[in-house]
Design a protein around this ligand. Structure first.
Ligand SMILES: Nc1ncnc2c1ncn2[C@@H]1O[C@H](COP(=O)(O)OP(=O)(O)OP(=O)(O)O)[C@@H](O)[C@H]1O
Ligand SMILES: [Mg+2]
Length: 452
């Protein structure tokens, strides 16, 4: 049977297939094009039937297949007005080549959408950056599209208009200090001091005299004339009690008293002074559960949490990861006085899939490291800190090896996934695995790894 007969037998089916199809005989003469081909290429391809493929379809890969007798899978080319991806396979009968058939899919829309998406994302990042520049104060705060964050931002704005105490809870690096400063700088106390006290970093005894000050002779080593405490220093402004969950129980009633009536007493003194201080407290612990375990005073807890901002971890703000990445790149590059770097798609994939236990601070560190490593203004997988690239691989391996002994196929799939992750393109991945590109594609198909 020759190619024409073969095609004629299946013509009814080929005619209704949605993908474009071209078939040539063993000499490269076009014997069939289907209607979808015309739709995709925008040309009346029937005219090419009977002509040599060279003439009908310039730069046709199908001729290479005729020559080599080997399939070509996932070839990206232009066909008339469209971008297509084609699989071209030799057709053999009794081992003898009788022709080749190319089946291709229109990917113009996908490419266009991809480009539009990319442009849109860049525009969003740029606009949000501009918007932030309007007020110098907020230029580092990404709000994004996360609904919870919108509520938190609204609450923070409300908080800045009143004097109520604020408690900000959230994991490390989620922006507690950023929001505390935001509230202060939008309040009418903005021209007065914003005083930061890290309650975990200062030993308990010292913390008391730091907060409330001391009188001359209060203890050995006390300065002549005594010293003003941080509450007094913050008078008229805001005091930020960071890591409040670590504050010792003996100190808590003293702080509570200041919160209730604005009174402070310097260590070693028995007269009270009045201060007007707004308190914003923050903790990465769950203060409520500390209260339940009697590790934190309940009355102080309720005094502090008049307004409660609960900042979500970055891994719960997936929809905004892209915006964070772009915006932090802009910020980091400005800081390092470099041109704004791009991110390659594989590197972006890794950045988007990472779970950021250290939240936004960790992302900033990762991006700063990557920008420093980068030499060609495109952040690529090689520029990312090694633990990002390595970590997932190890997880995968553990997964497949601990549950039970893996099958050979599972291992093969695993290795292919890793090669695809590690190398920028399929050619490099295939050559690292010492197989042909076509084989790689076949295996990707087998293991459902082809992009849809
Ligand atoms: N919404 C945000 N947009 C952009 N950057 C942010 C945002 N929130 C925080 N950051 C950045 O993340 C880093 C950590 O923020 P911040 O110091 O406020 O976190 P934190 O919750 O106080 O962390 P920790 O508990 O470790 O003290 C900062 O460098 C800050 O600039
Ligand atoms: Mg902090």
């Amino acid at each position: 049977m020759d190619m024409r007969e073969l095609i004629n037998k299946s013509r009814k089916i080929l005619d209704v297939i949605y993908n474009g199809i071209v078939a040539v005989d063993h000499e490269g003469i076009v014997v069939y094009v289907n209607p979808a081909n015309n739709r995709i290429t925008g040309m009346e391809r029937e005219e090419s039937i009977g002509k040599h493929a060279m003439e009908a379809v310039p730069d046709a890969h199908i001729l290479q297949v005729i020559e080599s007798g080997k399939e070509m899978i996932g070839v990206r080319t232009k066909a008339g007005k469209s971008d297509v991806i084609s699989n071209i396979v030799p057709v053999k009968e009794n081992g003898k080549l009788i022709g080749a058939i190319s089946i291709f899919q229109d990917i113009t829309d996908i490419i266009k959408l991809n480009r539009q998406l990319n442009e849109a994302q860049n525009t969003i990042a740029l606009l949000s950056e501009r918007l932030n520049q309007v007020s110098e104060i907020d230029k580092n705060i990404v709000v994004g599209s996360n609904k919870e964050m919108h509520k938190i931002m609204e609450l923070a704005i409300k908080a800045s208009r009143v004097n109520s105490n604020v408690l900000i809870q959230g994991e490390s690096g989620t922006g507690k200090e950023v929001y505390a400063r935001f509230i202060h700088r939008h309040s009418d106390r903005k021209d007065k001091p914003f005083v930061v006290v890290n309650c975990a970093a200062i030993p308990d005894q010292l913390l008391e005299s730091e907060l409330f000050g001391y009188e001359e002779g209060a203890f050995t080593g006390a300065k002549k004339g005594g010293r003003m405490g941080l509450f007094e220093l913050a008078d008229g402004g805001t005091i930020f009690l960071d890591e409040i969950g670590d504050m010792n129980l003996f100190l808590q009633p003293k702080v509570l008293r200041t919160l209730q009536n604005g009174e402070i007493m310097r260590v070693g003194s028995n007269s009270v002074r009045q201060v007007d201080v707004r308190v914003i407290a923050a903790t990465n612990k769950d203060l409520k559960s500390l209260v339940e375990k009697d590790k934190f005073r309940e009355d102080l807890y309720y005094r502090l949490r008049v307004i409660l901002l609960q900042l979500p971890p970055l891994r719960e703000r997936k929809e905004d990861l892209h915006l964070f990445i772009k915006s932090i790149i802009i910020r980091v590059c400005r800081k390092l006085k470099r041109e704004v770097a791009d991110v390659s798609p594989p590197a972006m994939r890794i950045l988007m899939n990472y779970h950021y236990p250290g939240n936004i601070r960790e992302m900033e560190n990762i991006i700063e490291q990557s920008v420093v490593m980068d030499e060609n203004n495109v952040i690529d997988v090689d520029d990312l800190p090694k633990y990002l690239v390595g970590e997932k691989e190890e997880e995968d391996i553990k997964l497949s090896f601990t549950e039970s002994f893996p099958t050979l196929e599972e291992v093969e799939k695993e290795i292919i996934i890793r090669a695809l992750r590690k190398f920028r393109n399929k050619t490099d991945a295939a050559s690292a695995l010492n197989i042909s590109r076509a084989t790689l594609y076949r295996k990707m198909e087998k293991y459902n790894l082809l992009p849809v």
